[in-house]
Design a protein around this ligand. Structure first.
Ligand code: NAP
Length: 491
């Protein structure tokens, strides 16, 4: 590792992949560079794996499946609970690794690590509640039983924006259900996933049950194809962009693999005239600027009742002024870098497009004048539906406001997208909350709050934002098949 971060336990930072309980290089011996997005400095090199390495990992996961799936839920619970405990115990080191490769402020990274642990704890316990059913027979002398069984080897592909939580949100339910897993983290953030493997190994999760293969983007397609075409893999759980999700779903059709897809969003953030504006502003800051705007549930379209627009703008400018941009390791920093130069260019494109089409810039609007992939927190007004930032995820610290004057107009705007992950609404009118929360076409509706992700509630999208749910009791079902046993007792 070139750029050293002070860890309490250096052994958490690994530059090998974890397959079949071994820490290994790629068969080719190739590696790829992982850089710190705040400084551009090299952090280290990770194995650049290919199809042959993934095939090996699938074989290891298949070999481990028999013993692991034969365990009772309680027997699987013990090592999973220990994994959760170790994640919490090592939270400051995991957070430092996360900030180093992903950039988010250290305190946010710590919160993500605890969020990651919460999935492991939740699913360790939930495995005991994967109930089946005994169904009243429609004939005499028969018993109808529906039971749940693990789907087998599961594949996971995760993004860089939540490098710990997206790994455990897949691995924890898969393992708790009795599946084994081969997971590929994003090229930008392999070290967080590997550090989680160190702790899984220490927790006593048997070899081959969790396998992590690493590679950079040029190999992602080959790795995806190997996972999706394998007959040994029963399920793909993917989190990432809608474009890649669609491609992977099509590939899975050939082997009729089960799929869960957590894809992109284009979330509306709605402020009605009767909203508590202070709550709306603080929730907007949290939901939009957390992780520098790089979350799938980040509000992307701010729709503000015209009668409170100017007051909302005034309070928002003040709130943005409190943000502190910098390297996530610097004390007091609340806004880190974007993940890459490409990400900065996308944000620049959205801002330029909006300004060219008549938006007004009030705050920010350009790169920060410092090294690294930093973009200033930005506020614009006069956003219209045809602008790029209304149609695509900006995935950056840019707020663009539009106004509405009636509920009908609002709902048309809010639902006028093929995506439907999250939505947010702020109002103190109970009838309006009831009506609007049901009319919004989204998998998640935050009412008077920007904090909508939790391990105990189902997370997932409508329309092209995906298929399936993560977290909650639904999250473990995604890794299980239902088997109907029809038992007849002649005589
Ligand atoms: P992405 O480009 O789709 O990448 C996600 C993962 O897929 C990465 O591991 C990537 O590998 C891999 N990948 C890329 N192309 C592939 C291919 N052709 N075949 C197989 N795998 C491939 O998305 P991203 O830009 O990293 O992540 C941001 C996106 O994730 C946003 O759209 C965001 O909304 C979405 N997201 C959704 C949720 C949710 O729960 N709904 C949560 C977080 C993020 P490389 O990194 O090596 O390219």
């Amino acid at each position: 590792m070139k750029e050293k971060v002070k860890l309490l336990d250096d052994s958490l930072l690994r530059d090998r992949a974890y397959v079949g309980g071994e820490w290994i290089q790629a068969v080719s011996g190739a590696t790829f560079d992982v850089v710190n997005p705040a400084t551009g400095e090299l952090i280290g090199k990770a194995p650049h794996m290919a199809a042959v390495d993934v095939e090996h990992a699938i074989i290891q996961a298949e070999a481990a499946f028999g013993e692991w799936s034969a365990r009772t839920a309680k027997e699987r619970e013990a090592p999973l609970k220990e994994w959760a405990r170790l994640i919490v115990a090592n939270a400051s080191d995991l957070a430092a690794i996360l900030t180093l490769e992903q950039g988010k402020p250290l305190s946010d990274a710590k919160n993500e690590v605890l969020f990651a642990a919460s999935f492991v704890e939740w699913f360790a316990e939930e495995a005991k509640r994967t109930y089946g059913e005994v169904i009243p027979g429609s004939r005499r002398n028969v018993t109808y039983v529906a039971i749940k069984e693990p789907v087998g080897v599961a594949a996971g592909i995760t993004p860089w924006n939540l490098p710990c939580a997206m790994v455990t949100r897949k691995a924890a339910p898969a393992l708790a259900a009795g599946c084994t897993m081969v997971l590929k983290p994003a090229e930008h953030t392999p070290f967080s996933a590997l550090a989680l493997c160190v702790l899984a190994e220490r927790a006593g999760i048997p070899r081959g049950v969790l396998n992590v293969v690493t590679a950079d983007r040029p190999a992602a397609e080959e790795i995806g194809r190997t996972l999706t075409s394998s007959h040994a893999v029963g399920k793909l759980s993917f989190t990432g962009s809608t474009a890649v999700g669609k491609r992977l779903a099509a590939q899975c059709a050939d082997t009729m693999k089960r799929v869960s897809l957590e894809l992109g969003g284009n979330s509306p953030f709605i402020v009605f005239a009767d909203a508590d504006l202070d709550v709306a502003v603080s929730s907007a800051v949290f939901a939009k600027f957390r992780n520098a705007g790089q979350t799938c549930i980040a509000p992307n379209r701010f729709l503000i009742d015209a009668s409170v627009h100017d007051e909302f703008v005034k309070r928002m400018i003040a709130a943005i002024g409190e943000l502190s941009l910098g390297d996530g390791f610097e004390p007091g920093v609340t806004l880190g870098p974007l993940i890459s130069e490409d990400a900065v260019q996308k944000v620049e494109r959205h801002v330029a497009d909006a300004l060219a089409r008549g938006a007004k810039l009030l705050v920010g609007g350009k790169r920060a004048d410092r090294k690294g992939n930093f973009f200033l927190p930005t506020l614009m007004t006069g956003i219209s539906p045809e602008m790029a930032m209304s149609c695509e995820e900006t995935f950056g610290p840019v707020m663009g406001l539009a106004t509405f004057t009636s509920e009908d107009e609002l709902l048309q705007r809010a639902n006028g997208t093929r995506l439907g992950l999250a939505s947010y609404m702020f109002s103190r009118d109970a009838a309006r909350i009831h009506r609007t929360s049901r009319a919004l076409q989204a998998g998640i509706v935050g009412v008077n709050t920007g904090a909508i992700a939790t391990e105990v509630a189902p997370f997932g999208g409508f329309k092209e934002s995906g298929i399936g749910r993560e977290g909650a009791r639904q999250g473990i079902d995604e890794f299980m098949e239902t088997k109907f046993i029809c038992e007849a007792f002649p005589g």
